[in-house]
Design a binder for this molecule. Structure first.
Ligand SMILES: Cc1ncc(COP(=O)(O)O)c(C=O)c1O
Length: 406
C-alpha cells in the first residue's frame, strides 16, 4: 500500500493554505544572512578555513557541497565509527575532544553527542523523573520541547526571558515549596535561536541557587560568539559552578557538527547509562571529531578573537543602520548576531523574505510552527564576513519593501 493516508494529506493541504508549507531547496545564490556560520568557520571555501588566517569572503552559492572527501591532512581515514560509543565507536579522539571542551568552557566534564538535537533530547528525557518539576522558557528550541515530551516529569512554561513570570509560575505550581523527594529543573537558552536575545543570567542563576533549583542552559548560539575566547555566556560571566548542565553545539559558530553536554562527572556517568540518544546511535566518525578539535584550536586563538571583533562591529553597524532607517522598533532588542524583525503574519513574512532573496540577500522567514502564530518574523544572521555595504543594502531594501506594503 503506497500513497499518503487521507488524514496526512489533509494536514499538508492545511499547511499550504496557511502559507506554512516547508520545502527542501537547492543551493541559493546571494549574500549570506541566514546561516549560523557566524565566524565563517564552516570552511565552505578554502579562504573560509580558519587556518588561512584570512577573513573569508562568502562566495555564492550558499550551501555548495564541499570537495570530494580526501584524506589529506586528516590523519584518520575511517569514514565511519562502526558503532555506538558504548560498543566500537568510542574513538580516543572523543576523550581528547571532551578534555578540550572542559578547558574551553570551564567545565568539570563533557559528553559529546551526535548533534544538539540529540544532546537536548538525551539530557532532558533522562534526567527529570516522575516526581520532578520542570519550568522552561516558552521560546525554547524544539529539541528541548521534544526532550521534555519524552520525560515523565510535569513541565510548565514561563514567559520569554521573564524571571518574574518564572517566579509566579513556581509559586502557583508549588505553593508549599519543593515536595520531599522532588527536584525542580529550570531550562532556558543563553542566546535564543529565533529572537536572538537571552535571559538575565546573573538573575536566573541567583534565583535557582537561592531556591535549590537545577538550571539547564542551552548555549548553542553563544558558543564561539560570546566571551573573549568564544567560551559562551556562562563561562564568560564566571557562572559555571551555578549551572547544573550546559548544552554546547558545534554546528553553528564552530562550523562543524555535533554537540556536548557540559556538567559534573557524576551527571556525565549517569547520562552514559541512561541517555538513549547517546547509547542507541552510531558514534561520530573520527574525522568529524578531529575537525571539531581543529576548529576549537582556532576558536580561542587569534583567528577567533579577530573574527569575533569583526562580528561585533557588524552587529553594532547593523543596529545603528536599523535605527537610522527607523526600523529598530521592529527588531527584538538583541545584542548578538541573530537580529529578528517581527512581521506577525506568515504570508507577509514569506513574501518579504522572497523579495530580499530575489535581490540577492539570503534572509529567512521564520513561520509557524517554528514560532507561534502571530510571531512570524524575518531572521537576519550576521557574520564576521558580511561587509558594511551588504548590511546597509539589505536593511535599505527591507525598509523600501515595508513602505511599499503600507
Ligand atoms: C537553541 C538550539 N539548541 C539546539 C539546536 C540543535 O542543534 P543541532 O543543529 O546541532 O542539532 C539548535 C539548532 O538549531 C538550536 O538553535
Amino acid at each position: 500500500m503506497t500513497g499518503l493516508p487521507e488524514k496526512l494529506r489533509e494536514k499538508m493541504v492545511a499547511r499550504e493554505r496557511e502559507g506554512n508549507l516547508r520545502t527542501l531547496r537547492g543551493p541559493r545564490y546571494g549574500v549570506d544572512f541566514y546561516s549560523n556560520d557566524y565566524l565563517g568557520f564552516s570552511g565552505k571555501t578554502a579562504a573560509d578555513s580558519p587556518e588561512s588566517g584570512a577573513e573569508p569572503t562568502r562566495q555564492t552559492p550558499q550551501g555548495t557541497p564541499g570537495d570530494a572527501p580526501s584524506d589529506s591532512g586528516a590523519g584518520f581515514t575511517a569514514h565511519g565509527s562502526g558503532g555506538s560509543r558504548l560498543i566500537s565507536g568510542n574513538h580516543p579522539l572523543y576523550a581528547e575532544l571532551e578534555n578540550t571542551l572542559c578547558r574551553a568552557h570551564r567545565a568539570d566534564a563533557a559528553l559529546v553527542y551526535n548533534s544538539g538535537y540529540d544532546a537536548n533530547i538525551g539530557l532532558l528525557s533522562a534526567v527529570p523523573q516522575r516526581t520532578d518539576y520542570v519550568f522552561y522558557d516558552q521560546s525554547v528550541h524544539a529539541s528541548i520541547r521534544d526532550g521534555l515530551g519524552l520525560c515523565p516529569a510535569r513541565s510548565y512554561s514561563f514567559d520569554h526571558n521573564s524571571l518574574e513570570s518564572l517566579t509566579r509560575r513556581v509559586a502557583t505550581v508549588l505553593p508549599d515549596g519543593i515536595p520531599p523527594g522532588s527536584e525542580v529543573y529550570v531550562v532556558t537558552e543563553t542566546v535564543f535561536s529565533m529572537e536572538g536575545d537571552g535571559p538575565d543570567l546573573a538573575g536566573i542563576t541567583a534565583y535557582c541557587r537561592a531556591n535549590g533549583f537545577r538550571l539547564i542552559l542551552d548555549e548553542a548560539h553563544a558558543v564561539g560568539v560570546l566571551g573573549k575566547h568564544g567560551e559562551g555566556a556562562v563561562a564568560a560571566a564566571g557562572l559555571e559552578d551555578l549551572v547544573f548542565a550546559r548544552v554546547v553545539t558545534f554546528g553553528k559558530a564552530v562550523g562543524r557538527h555535533g554537540a556536548a553536554v557540559l556538567c559534573d562527572s557524576e551527571l556525565r556517568e549517569y547520562l552514559v547509562n541512561f541517555s538513549r540518544s547517546l547509547i542507541y546511535t552510531t558514534a561520530l566518525p573520527p574525522r568529524t571529531l578531529e575537525s571539531i578539535l581543529e576548529a576549537y584550536a582556532h576558536l580561542s586563538g587569534d583567528t577567533g578573537i579577530h573574527r569575533r571583533e569583526r562580528l561585533s562591529e557588524n552587529i553594532e553597524y547593523f543596529r545603528q543602520q536599523a535605527r537610522a532607517l527607523g526600523l529598530d522598533q521592529g527588531f527584538y532588542t538583541a545584542g548578538g548576531p541573530i537580529q529578528t524583525y517581527r512581521v506577525g503574519d506568515s504570508l507577509e513574512a514569506g513574501q518579504l523574505a522572497e523579495r530580499l532573496q530575489e535581490k540577492g540577500y539570503l534572509v529567512k522567514a521564520i513561520r509557524y510552527p517554528t514560532v507561534p502564530m502571530g510571531s512570524e518574523c524575518l531572521r537576519f544572521c550576521l557574520h564576521s564576513y558580511n561587509s558594511k555595504d551588504e548590511i546597509l543594502s539589505v536593511l535599505s531594501i527591507l525598509s523600501k519593501e515595508l513602505k511599499r506594503e503600507k
